[in-house]
Design a protein around this ligand. Sequence first.
Ligand SMILES: Nc1nc2c(ncn2[C@@H]2O[C@H](COP(=O)(O)OP(=O)(O)OP(=O)(O)O)[C@@H](O)[C@H]2O)c(=O)[nH]1
Length: 393
Amino acid sequence: MLTSQLVPLLADAALIAIIAVIVVLVAGTTGLVVTRQRRTRELPAPTPPAPLDTGERVEPKVGEDAEEPRDTPTRTLEDTELPTLEKPESAQGRLVRLRAKLARSQSSLGKGLLALLSRDKLDEEAWEDIETTLITADVGVTPTQELVERLRTRVRVEGVSGEQARAILREELITLVDPTLDRSLKVDRKDGKPAVVMVVGVNGTGKTTTVGKLARVLVAEDKHVVLGAADTFRAAAADQLQTWGERVGVRTVRGPEGGDPASIAFDAVKQGIDESADVVLVDTAGRLHTKIGLMDELGKVKRVIEKTAEVDEVLLVIDATTGQNGLTQARVFAEVINVTGLVLTKLDGTAKGGIVIAVQRELGVPVKLVGLGEGADDLAPFEAEQFVDALLD
Ligand SMILES: Nc1nc2c(ncn2[C@@H]2O[C@H](COP(=O)(O)OP(=O)(O)OP(=O)(O)O)[C@@H](O)[C@H]2O)c(=O)[nH]1
């Protein structure tokens, strides 16, 4: 009886004990987990190791760690720009285009003369008007008087109709511009050395631009050109020249700002010799403070070049828009250095094309090149007949 009452009691006690053990175990485990979780949260965040200065490339971040995307697309092989050299315009193409440009700028001179000559009655007043038109176009007093005299004689002897007037005027203008002058540029190698061309003139006339444009003319003729930036007076001149050169793959020899122009000219010619170039073009500074200063500088540059090679051309650049003032300045240059050719720039900016006649007469040197705009290929060889035809177009 006792046994039968005791057994269920014992069974209950055992069950309670088992439950108690389970509760303690579960509570213990939970506590452990919570503690561990708490500990884990309390651990300081791992700091990324500082990049070692080993010279190795730091890897870019990826995934959610990636940085903000860049606005600009990543450069690919396709859009990587390689320096492409420009192909300068050929002599033929340039002459046709520039003749039209010249005709546009000078049409008032040609048309004015033709209108006057085609008058029914060529009286004294008409001849005076012709004279005024020529002088206004900077032809110069003496050449104007000569031209008017010849025209008067021919009109009297031959009589004139509209077409004849044009033919007579054309012939007389060509005679005045003088097609017999040698206008070729000496730009060929000689005695195993490059030709050397010095470009001189007052600042602002367009020397640096002319050197750059001339380099293009020569490159279009397959010549190997080296440029010498001996204009160390104007800080930006060397950069300007180098940019011109780079566009057509031509090397520019330059020195420190304010450096000695003669030593740069010397280095440029030496470089030209080393590279077996056809021609070295030397840009110079055009300071016209005093005649003595100018003579000293240009004379020194020329003398120093001549230690290694002959100077084949000295081109004097004249701004056509400066008229008589430009002529006076040109005279000073011609007195200090032996000028072999003239470059008339900015003819596009003036209707006074007569300056071609005046400047040749004045200096006894042929115009060899004309500048007809700021465009890279706006420089053309000068030809008497083409010039006159453009005037009368
Ligand atoms: N319209 C026109 N502008 C020209 C021509 N030639 C040169 N120029 C402009 O004239 C300005 C002066 O040219 P530069 O070549 O810097 O003159 P620079 O003689 O070298 O001047 P410095 O270096 O100061 O001695 C520039 O703005 C040229 O673009 C031309 O034929 N027509």
